[in-house]
Design a protein. Structure first.
Length: 254
């Protein structure tokens, strides 16, 4: 059965790569889809039941009106999330059959290939910045904030933003301003947006910059693979220094 799943995964990956182009990065060249961000609305202001028994706290703020892309934005600033010297990191997809490349098309990010419906969880504790609850992507249109379909953007307590898209569902109670804990369920994996009909999560790491609306930064500006490899093994490699170095060099211009 595992052999069949692996064979199926390779077939889907090949199909995805054929339509998405390639990019240079760490490790051997490989190609993966390119994506972007969210859409709209907000669910109840109560956080969902956390994964692994993590407690849920009340929303830090009330969600503000939707942005142009349809993504709800919190009025909280980065200072709203407590800056912790040490935070816990977990692998963002709670499943055993996840595959990913060290490269990505057009810009630094990672595609986490996995079956649809698996658990997409918070990389670390923090506050939700934006969500997309509807798939507004239209094939053939220029890249933009709707590429990601359903998505969640999280400002971690480490000051880093973590973004996952192409979800099939955003968990009830996950909305802008809600505080979550590392490993808490944010949504379910899927193939919304420009996922080329391949189940996976587009995963990006970036500085919060404008917090909302800066989709070119939000989709990813550093290579996540070194950190994902660490987290998958239970390690705690932090992207903070890499993100800060990028921001210092680029000034949030992606």
């Amino acid at each position: 059965m595992r052999f069949l799943r692996t064979l199926s995964g390779l077939t889907l990956t090949a199909a995805c790569l054929a339509g998405c182009g390639g990019a240079a990065g760490a490790g051997s060249p490989a190609a993966t889809p390119h994506f972007v961000e969210p859409a709209s609305a907000a669910a109840p202001a109560t956080a969902s039941t956390p994964a692994a028994g993590a407690p849920v706290e009340s929303p830090a703020t009330t969600a503000s009106p939707a942005t142009e892309s349809g993504a709800t934005a919190t009025s909280a600033s980065p200072s709203a999330a407590p800056k912790a010297e040490k935070v816990k990191y977990v692998f963002p997809v709670d499943a055993s059959n996840v595959d990913f490349h060290t490269t990505h098309s057009k810009y630094p990010a990672t595609d986490l290939f996995v079956d649809c419906g698996e658990r997409f969880v918070a990389t670390t504790s923090g506050v939700v910045l934006e969500i997309s609850l509807s798939d507004k992507y239209v094939k053939g249109r220029p890249d933009g904030p709707n590429n990601g379909g359903l998505s969640v953007s999280l400002l971690g307590d480490d000051g880093v933003r973590y973004y996952g898209s192409h979800l099939s569902k955003v968990q009830s109670g996950i909305e802008a301003g809600v505080r979550v804990e590392a490993g808490q369920l944010l949504g379910r994996t899927g193939k919304t947006g420009n996922a080329n009909n391949v189940c996976h999560v587009h995963y990006g790491i970036s500085p919060p910059c404008a917090e909302t609306g800066d989709w070119k930064v939000r989709r990813g500006v550093i290579w996540p693979a070194p950190f994902l490899k660490s987290w998958r093994k239970g390690g705690q490699k932090s992207p903070v220094a890499t993100v800060e170095a990028w921001e210092k060099k680029n000034g949030c211009k992606a």
